[in-house]
Design a protein around this ligand. Structure first.
Ligand code: ADP
Ligand code: MN
Length: 186
């Protein structure tokens, strides 16, 4: 059965996932296509990190990495109903444990290492965590993970160094959703 698309926004911490997905969702809310009803326009934003904390989808705290130890089964169970129904923008810095069938578009945000370094320092991350994430970005870990986990055609890397690039990315994602809805009549 046709459903609204699910979009995953992934990338190294600090590349702009949360900002981009919040803006993209806001743009999609006002989309109206031919024959589309208002109730079909409300895409849901799922910040997986927030869900892990709020719904306790973890198995404790990892002091070394200063992060919750994600329980992948719990996370996927908690998300299943929403993702099966469609119409979600999902924000998370990993993507290999989600069922492949969930996503219709996988955006991998990328930033230059100097830009990323500054953003993570500003966020107050300890030096080791800044370095680890910058290294992860240089090695393109998230892009490789996305390409290993999803069909090549649906994985789209987008650079997010500047506000202009973010706006252009949001416009692209919004347009992609509009095209999908027209093609699938949803
Ligand atoms: P993530 O969710 O991937 O960790 P955020 O969306 O929280 O990243 O962004 C990290 C910081 O960088 C925020 O302060 C945000 O305002 C800023 N930022 C994100 N994307 C851009 C961009 N394209 N241009 C300028 N600043 C950005
Ligand atoms: Mn975030």
């Amino acid at each position: 059965m046709a459903r609204l698309p699910n979009v995953l926004i992934t990338g190294t911490p600090g590349t702009g996932k949360t900002t981009t997905s919040e803006q993209a969702r806001r743009c999609m809310l006002i989309q109206r296509g031919p024959g589309q009803v208002a109730s079909a326009t409300g895409l849901r934003l799922i910040s997986v990190g927030d869900w892990v904390k709020e719904k306790e989808l973890h198995s404790g705290w990892d002091a070394e990495h200063e992060a919750f130890i994600l329980d992948e089964d719990k996370v996927c169970d908690a998300m299943e109903d929403a993702l099966s129904a469609g119409g979600n923008v999902v924000d998370y810095h990993s993507c290999d444990f989600f069922p492949e069938r969930w996503f219709d578009l996988v955006v991998v945000l990328q930033a230059d290492n100097t830009v990323l370094y500054e953003r993570l320092e500003k966020r107050g991350y300890p030096q080791a965590k800044v370095q680890e994430n910058v290294q992860c970005e240089i090695m393109m870990v998230l892009l490789e993970e996305a390409r290993d986990s999803y069909r090549e055609e649906i994985v789209v890397p987008l650079t997010s160094n500047t506000v202009e690039e973010m706006e252009s990315n949001v416009a692209r994602i919004t347009q992609w959703v509009a095209d999908y809805r027209r093609q699938h009549s949803v």
